[in-house]
Write a new protein. Sequence first.
Length: 418
Amino acid sequence: MLARLSNVRTSCVNRWTALSGLSSDGVLYLLSAVFALVLGWRSDQAAQWQWGYLAFAPYLVAALLAWLLSHRRVRRVLSARVAIVVLVMLGTVAIPLGLEAHWRHAQPEIGVIARSATSVSKGKDPYRSYMHDGHLVDEIPGKPAYESFFPYFPLMSVFGLPTALTHKGKGLTDPRIVMSLMTLMASALALGLLRTSKERKIRIAQVLLALPTGALFLSTGGDDMPILALLLLGVVALQRRSNYLAGVSFGVAAAMKLTAWPMAAGALLVARERDGRPAWKKVGLIIVVIVLATVTPFVLHAPGAFISNVFAFPLGLAGVTSPAASALPGHILANWWHPFKHILEPVTFVLGGYFLARYFRKHWPLTLSQLLGVLSVVMLILMCVASATRIGYVIYPLNFALWSWVCQDKTVKTLELV
């Protein structure tokens, strides 16, 4: 059975690698069109189903265009692929984002970020709500209980400042506009500095920005998108051994959301100076300074509320049902037997730590590609065992796996010496 599965996998990989760049693009855009149509048909969230119907046609047109060009002699294939990516982003990000920002249709986190920015702009603490004796303290009137929590670090509030300062919650002040601009700028800088082939840069741009793995989140509520873009910039900085840029990129991401912490911590294991000496102290110091400078005032003001919002709520331990609770193994098991909510994650950390230690010892010193591969698996496991997480977090292991593949390119070692 295992041999048969291995043969099927090998056959699929061989067929995929045999496709030309335009042909593989066509397949990805066609699959994206199918996904968008199904999402539009099945989703019960306005922001998602509207995006699905709006994005279906652009993906389908892109698939047809890529298929037609793949059967013609195109002189500048790379330019054609980049042009299609740009057109796809216009049709699946720019237009849906503009319309949904005007309609005020978004995922709940957009309103949460905007309200936190309003609190910060008025000198108030965004961590206002927490559970006490089974009751929610300082619940926001007229909102579901889960929207009273701010499950991010304080720096995430910057995306809501245009809304807070102008008192306008739609149009150009929508937090998604600011998130998308930051994502595009960080991604463009990262791709410009990345040492790999142009073909692989295109694939990274597709997965991060143009396919539903990026476009859906940018349009509907992508607080993870600037995090991923900053992590990519940090990875590229590690590849180029630009440790100050790596520290700042990982530090800013870690000062926004907990999901950046595995990559920020892992970076310390592979950070190197240009002469090969370890640079974990330099990178780590920058990360710690940025995180402490932005977090400490809020922790000192209300440590209990901070822990309840940033740690307990995302882990499903705050006593409030989160809309992020997708039907993944951790959530299913926690509903079946409540103590699993408190058992699964600690057991996973202990067992995972043991196997990670063995892997690191066997493969030390780690390469950047190996680190990204490990983090891809780690993020996937954490996503599956958490009692309150969303399926959308799959974009982290997916991107990490892609970056791992790109960074193991043999040409990278040659380019590092240039």
